[in-house]
Design a protein around this ligand. Structure first.
Ligand code: GRF
Length: 272
């Protein structure tokens, strides 16, 4: 049976990416990771992708010098190229705009460390403690152009204990995130959750991929300019080499116009 193809967008540590990698390693899990994309070259999650032999790319937003449409078009091209059905933000620290979200309407979800609509934005654990909340938690929600604002698909609660600090609370919430995100993706893949016109519908028996009207059409990569691919990588040293190459490229490259989409491909040897 065809699996739901995920594009996972990260910016850093990538522990939620790891949870998805682990879930997808189960042959019975109804989704697979088609591509990992980071907007930061130094994201630790890139090594996790390499360890799992997943295609991973860097689209460094700083390279676009404030040209958000060009940045988003580069992301769109990668998601399309890898024929992803669902875009999963996992600690992706950029706010996506119309250029991306209109292309993947109803197909971009995010995980956030609070019980939305409470505590949007950063430092959610400290905010929950400061507010005197008794319960905190995490949410998976549909992404709109407003940060942490889309309709909630599912949540998990975490009771706040006496003596909790932001760190101890964060640790327990993160553990719940790692359970929640794969579970929501499973429900979407199996059609138990359907996303339509910005609304979440809970259904049963829609069948495989019932969450979407149709799969996105594969389009040629016409939107973006593409950077040279790195050599195949399969271990930590190779990831470091690829990063070095990225830094050398971005330092040395003065391409006219400045707004050039740049992707760096880290692919496991057998995938090349
Ligand atoms: C998580 O807490 C997630 O909810 C938030 O950013 C953090 C990312 O952590 N959006 P990681 O990179 O997945 O470890």
């Amino acid at each position: 049976m065809k699996k739901l193809r995920l594009a996972v967008l990260i910016s850093g540590r990538g522990s939620n990416l790891q949870a998805l990698i682990n879930a997808c390693s189960d042959p019975d899990f109804p989704a697979e990771i088609a591509v990992v994309v980071s907007n930061t070259p130094d994201a630790k999650g890139l090594a996790r992708a390499a360890d799992a032999s997943l295609p991973a790319m860097i689209v460094d937003h700083t390279y676009f010098k404030g040209d958000k449409p060009a940045f988003e078009n580069a992301l769109v091209a990668i998601v399309e190229q890898h024929r992803a059905d669902l875009v999963c933000l996992a600690g992706f620290m950029r706010i996506l705009g119309a250029d991306f979200l209109n292309r993947f309407k109803d197909k971009v979800i995010n995980i956030h460390p609070s019980l939305l609509p409470r505590h949007k934005g950063l430092s959610t654990h400290a905010a929950a403690l400061k507010a005197g909340d008794k319960v905190h938690g995490c949410s998976v929600h549909l992404v709109t152009g407003i940060m942490d604002d889309g309709p909630v698909i599912a949540q998990r609660e975490v009771p706040i204990k006496k003596g909790d600090t932001a760190d101890t609370l964060a640790e327990r919430v993160l553990a719940e995130e790692h359970l929640l995100y794969p579970e929501v993706i499973r429900q979407i893949a199996e059609g138990d959750v359907r996303i339509k016109n910005g609304r979440i519908e809970r259904t049963a028996g829609l069948g495989h991929h019932g969450a979407f009207e149709k799969e996105p059409e594969a389009k040629p990569m016409s939107h973006a300019h593409h950077a040279p691919s790195t050599p195949p990588v399969a271990d930590a040293q190779a990831v470091q080499d690829a990063r070095d190459m990225w830094h050398a490229f971005t330092k040395g490259s003065m391409i006219a116009g400045g707004a050039v989409a740049l992707t760096l491909v880290l692919m496991a040897v057998f995938l090349v």
